[in-house]
Design a binder for this molecule. Structure first.
Ligand code: Y12
Ligand code: CO
Length: 171
């Protein structure tokens, strides 16, 4: 079931999400609904707060070399922690909660993430490139942060002006 997406400037996106303690059927149904929401919205990643649930849950599904998004590549991430962040890279990021805007953002190039799967099993993944960028983008959501907050002052001002104009035109 597709869930409604919370969009900027809704203040709910600033919530600090809480750790998951129950790895039960309710969590599994929520993960399945997040997956439907992400795919039906053409997203590569989605954090729970984007569907108004302040839990430390995120999904990622990075396309393969042919640009195909496959269920086999789905990463369900619960209570993630990052370590061993190294290097830097710039990638043009987008977000389902900030529709129609893409901006160059600098992030760590490589990292290690420890997290739990839907059954409460601890997992470790080493990521680089797009996966590393997407992980950092989604973990920022769990801490109430959006990629546009990383823009320099001038670019942020320009974004706010254009975004307001676009929101007005949509009404
Ligand atoms: C870099 C950083 C973060 C990610 C994962 C999270 N971002 C997304 O999944 C963005 C998806 C997105 C999809 C859109 O919809 C279409 O393209 C049809 C979109 O366009 C509009 O809202 C009009 C914007 C963002 C990945 C890489
Ligand atoms: Co986002």
């Amino acid at each position: 079931m597709k869930l409604p997406i919370v969009v900027y400037p809704n203040k709910r996106l600033k919530a600090i999400s809480k750790e998951v303690t129950e790895f039960d059927a309710k969590l599994h149904k929520f993960l399945d609904d997040m997956y439907d929401t992400m795919l039906e919205s053409n997203g590569l990643g989605l954090a729970a707060i984007q569907v108004d649930v302040a839990s430390r849950v995120l999904l990622l599904c990075i396309p393969d070399d042919e640009g195909e998004q496959s269920y086999d590549d789905l990463l369900e991430v619960i209570n993630p922690k990052l370590s061993k962040m190294t290097g830097s890279m710039v990638y043009q990021e987008g977000c389902l909660s900030v529709p129609s805007f893409y901006e160059d953002i600098e992030r760590y190039e490589k990292l290690t993430m420890i997290y739990f799967d839907r059954h409460g099993n601890e997992k470790v993944i080493e990521a680089d490139g797009l996966l590393s960028v997407a992980i950092q983008h989604e973990i920022d959501h769990l801490d109430g942060k959006l990629f546009i907050e990383k823009l320099p002052y001038g670019r942020r001002k320009k974004f706010e002006k254009e975004y307001k104009k676009l929101q007005k035109a949509k009404k």
